[in-house]
Write a protein that binds this ligand. Structure first.
Ligand code: SF4
Length: 320
């Protein structure tokens, strides 16, 4: 709720704070049980920062994070939390990173990579059971159990991402944050990874926060989509609703930019976007999209539109 993240910019001899990169501004999202929430937007819009705040890699500058346990208890996990809650949260929330060439430790075998979280959380006392569990995980992500003694460099990008998925799955999490998990892979391999993710979501009953700049991909994997721009959520709806009835001018621009073999299929208003996104160090007043919006009005400069609506929410003065 209202998540804000500002990164300080330091300079000079004493590394004084000279300004802030305003990466997230009052972001409000909810990931439902067994569902996928897609976050889509251009590079630099704050998607990855949001994923890292949800996994508590980064602390937010403002706002609050809530975690709901299986028995329905609500925990505010924004600041310091009790060790038991912290351990449960760490087990239940995992992340798959964009680049499988960097996210796996090259000095460890696959066996050691997958066992690391199991050993930190002391899941198994029995070595045999632990080995069988690792082999089962490898099978579930479509890899041979005989790979356990090999090192990451012996695998292709797609295979490495499967290993990263097996590691993320090891503690049986409830939520996995997938940060552009296919963007570093060949197109032919991307679909296979998406199929693996969909299958394990069903088998292990997981929720995903799926981050991507690819709207087509987000549509295929998500139940609900949040459209981000310059650290703000501009529109949020179910995937079907967003594609059938996009409201925000930025969402329409994104949809128009989706490639189609037949240009006549693009029925949307031909909204074109002007210029580059503004700097998050000095974002525009009022609506964050106003410097590129062809519908901008006087009020857009003065008042920031709120994300309003039931189910389908949009932040734009055209719908006030
Ligand atoms: Fe465009 Fe104004 Fe809507 Fe922003 S609030 S998207 S500037 S019309």
């Amino acid at each position: 709720k209202n998540i804000k993240k500002y990164f300080p910019i330091r300079g000079g001899v004493f590394l004084k704070v000279k300004g802030y990169v305003k990466a997230l501004e009052n972001v409000d999202i909810e990931v439902e049980e067994f569902k996928t929430l897609g976050i889509v937007g251009e590079s630099g819009c704050g998607k990855t920062t949001l994923g890292r705040i949800i996994t508590k890699i980064y602390e937010p500058t403002g706002g609050e994070l809530y975690y709901y346990s299986e028995n329905g208890n609500e925990y505010n996990i924004t600041k310091k939390i009790d060790k038991t809650i912290k351990d449960t949260f760490r087990k239940n929330v995992q992340m798959i990173f964009q680049n499988p060439y960097e996210s796996l430790d090259p000095r460890l075998t696959i066996d050691e990579i997958i066992k690391e979280p199991l050993q930190i959380h002391k899941v198994f006392k029995n070595k045999k059971e632990e080995n069988e569990y690792v082999e089962m995980l490898l099978q579930r992500v479509g890899l041979s159990p005989s790979y356990t003694k090999r090192y990451p460099h012996e695998f292709s990008g797609g295979q490495r991402q499967r290993i990263a998925i097996a590691r993320a799955l090891a503690l049986r999490p409830k939520l996995i944050v997938c940060d552009e998990p296919t963007s570093a892979l060949d197109v032919s391999v991307q679909n296979q990874i998406i199929e693996v993710l969909k299958k394990i979501q069903k088998d292990f009953k997981i929720s995903y926060l799926f981050i991507s700049h690819n709207l087509d991909l987000i549509y295929h994997v998500s139940d609900k989509i949040s459209v981000m721009y310059l650290g703000n959520i501009l529109e949020e709806a179910t995937s079907e609703e967003l594609f059938q009835n996009p409201l925000h001018p930025y969402t329409k621009v994104l949809m128009n930019s989706m490639p189609s073999w037949n240009p006549k299929n693009r029925k949307l208003d031909k909204v074109s976007v002007q210029g580059e996104p503004p700097s998050p160090v000095n974002p525009p007043s009022g609506c964050p999209f106003r410097t590129r919006c062809k519908y901008k009005m006087k009020i857009c400069e003065q008042i920031k539109p709120e994300l309003l609506g039931e189910g389908h929410r949009v932040a734009c003065h055209l719908y006030d």
